[in-house]
Write a protein that binds this ligand. Structure first.
Ligand SMILES: *[C@@H]1O[C@H](CO)[C@@H](O)[C@H](O)[C@H]1NC(C)=O
Length: 188
């Protein structure tokens, strides 16, 4: 009987580290449309330095018509809404070439941004509606920290309709994707 109790106690004690590691799971808590604070104290991720700003209706995407393997091209402005033929006030726009005229889809807007952590990277997610359609499209921007140099690269992979329709995947390789590297100076 005593040995059974020991086994039970042993099993219970073994659960404690699992419970602790779950509670300190990494998170990046949103503090603006394109910035978040790491829960582990490593700093703030802020994409303001790699975005285009300007008057509404006149802002151009920082990353414009970047072609993906799926033959479509994607435009992205991390922090402020931009305009492009069929996309209005958006964060991400997809351009699908068509024989007659290209089609445009809103893949996300800044008011529908959020952050999550997938164990390795922080991911900035946006949701969007095209026109009056009720179909929600979701973009996942994996923030890949560039510690090697100052280069910023937006790499679209697009959608894999057989795996997860209406979800679009991108990498943003940049020093600004690293916590603490691109923080805006605090206002005095
Ligand atoms: C999640 O993490 C892996 C690396 O383990 C990465 O390759 C992938 O692109 C990440 N992003 C998403 C959206 O799953």
């Amino acid at each position: 009987m005593a040995s059974l109790l020991n086994v039970v106690l042993f099993v219970l004690v073994c659960q404690i580290p699992i419970a602790i590691s779950k509670s300190v799971e990494k998170k990046c808590i949103k503090n603006g449309p394109c910035s978040c604070q790491m829960s582990d104290g490593s700093g703030v991720i802020d994409l303001k330095k790699i975005t285009n700003a300007g008057d509404p209706m006149q802002v151009d995407a920082r990353f414009k018509h970047v072609k993906a393997r799926d033959a479509n091209s994607y435009s992205y402005n991390p922090c402020y809404p931009f305009e492009e033929v069929g996309c209005h006030g958006v964060a991400i726009c997809q351009r699908v070439p068509d024989r007659r005229a290209a089609l445009y889809f809103t893949l996300g807007t800044h008011d529908k941004s959020d952050f999550y952590h997938n164990g390795t990277h922080v991911i900035l997610k946006y949701e969007g509606l095209t026109g009056t359609s009720q179909v929600v499209r979701t973009s996942h921007i994996t923030l890949v920290c560039n510690e090697e140099n100052d280069d910023t690269l937006f790499i679209p992979y697009g959608e894999d309709p057989w795996v997860k329709p209406l979800h679009y995947y991108f990498n943003l390789l940049s020093p600004c994707s690293c916590p603490g590297k691109c923080e805006e100076p605090k206002p005095e």
